[in-house]
Design a protein around this ligand. Structure first.
Ligand SMILES: *[C@@H]1O[C@H](CO)[C@@H](O)[C@H](O)[C@H]1NC(C)=O
Ligand SMILES: *[C@@H]1O[C@H](CO)[C@@H](O)[C@H](O)[C@H]1NC(C)=O
Ligand SMILES: *[C@@H]1O[C@H](CO)[C@@H](O)[C@H](O)[C@H]1NC(C)=O
Ligand SMILES: *[C@@H]1O[C@H](CO)[C@@H](O)[C@H](O)[C@H]1NC(C)=O
Ligand SMILES: *[C@@H]1O[C@H](CO)[C@@H](O)[C@H](O)[C@H]1NC(C)=O
Ligand SMILES: *[C@@H]1O[C@H](CO)[C@@H](O)[C@H](O)[C@H]1NC(C)=O
Length: 223
């Protein structure tokens, strides 16, 4: 009988925890929702842009005064309440992500997908390197341009990095790419096609990749 009681109690605690996580416990992070609203407001949304039909988000569900747990495309950590995931791919967003964008104040992000939006003329500023816990970054086909900030190598937790289809995004320094490959030891998905790698010397890139593979092989041997 008593174990049944304990079970019920635990179930109740679990339920109340979940409910709390989606409301009052998050009040401390209300700023993060307002950063999202500011971020949304910095874009025009072209819903007639039908080139891409895979949208996971729907920014029209992002309304001031509503609980951001219900906003499509936003993932929150169930314990801390921080926003940890944003998938805005294919949302017909048009506009620039300024280095002062409120996006960069949502500092706990682990996944960020802005693929297939018109973010021209956004530069890959050093602010992207401040998302230290980022595991998945997808900026494919966004019209971003310029050089990669050397701070990209701070993204040491990256597992997946998709920068493809941005003709005007340039790797200008071997050392930046090399540092990234050395630092992000869990990186398994690297998608670079149609980015400008003309400044990268193939031998240096290969050396980095080989040392990465070598490291993986060595680690495999050890476990
Ligand atoms: C939330 O935003 C307000 C006003 O913009 C600011 O004063 C406050 O420091 C912020 N709180 C946190 C935890 O960032
Ligand atoms: C949300 O609404 C509150 C109160 O109505 C207002 O103070 C705040 O500026 C609004 N935030 C945004 C991002 O529009
Ligand atoms: C960011 O900078 C741009 C251009 O410098 C400016 O137009 C915009 O108002 C700034 N945004 C914020 C949130 O400060
Ligand atoms: C990054 O992750 C670590 C370990 O989980 C955590 O302690 C830290 O607060 C996180 N930082 C941010 C900005 O989310
Ligand atoms: C490697 O990543 C860590 C954690 O983000 C960072 O502090 C360090 O500066 C990075 N190293 C390089 C060479 O970028
Ligand atoms: C990046 O996002 C696009 C659109 O959601 C998707 O098709 C692509 O597979 C993603 N890239 C990676 C490496 O997951």
């Amino acid at each position: 009988m008593s174990w049944l009681l304990i079970l019920c109690l635990q179930f109740f605690l679990l339920i109340s925890h979940v409910t709390i996580s989606c409301s009052s416990q998050f009040l401390g992070h209300l700023n993060e929702s307002s950063y999202l609203l500011q971020f949304k407001a910095s874009f025009n949304t072209d819903i007639t842009d039908t080139s891409c039909k895979l949208a996971h988000a729907d920014v029209s569900t992002w309304q001031n005064g509503t609980d951001c747990c219900s906003w499509l495309g936003v993932t929150r950590d169930t314990i801390s309440g921080h926003i940890i995931g944003l998938d805005l791919s294919c949302n017909g967003l048009q506009g620039m992500v300024h280095p002062n964008s409120s996006l960069f104040r949502i500092s706990h992000l682990q996944t960020l997908n802005l693929a297939h939006n018109r973010l021209f003329p956004t530069q890959f500023s050093s602010q992207f390197g401040a998302f230290v816990n980022l595991t998945h970054l997808n900026l494919s086909d966004t019209g971003m341009r310029g050089e990669f900030s050397s701070d990209i190598s701070h993204l040491s937790n990256l597992v997946s990095l998709d920068l493809s289809m941005n003709d005007d995004l340039k790797w200008t320094q071997d050392v930046t790419l090399k540092r990234l490959l050395q630092n992000a030891t869990s990186l398994t998905d690297l998608v670079f096609y149609y980015t400008d790698m003309s400044f990268i010397t193939p031998s240096s890139f290969l050396r980095s990749l080989i040392s990465l593979l070598w490291l993986l092989l060595v680690l495999k041997e050890l476990v």
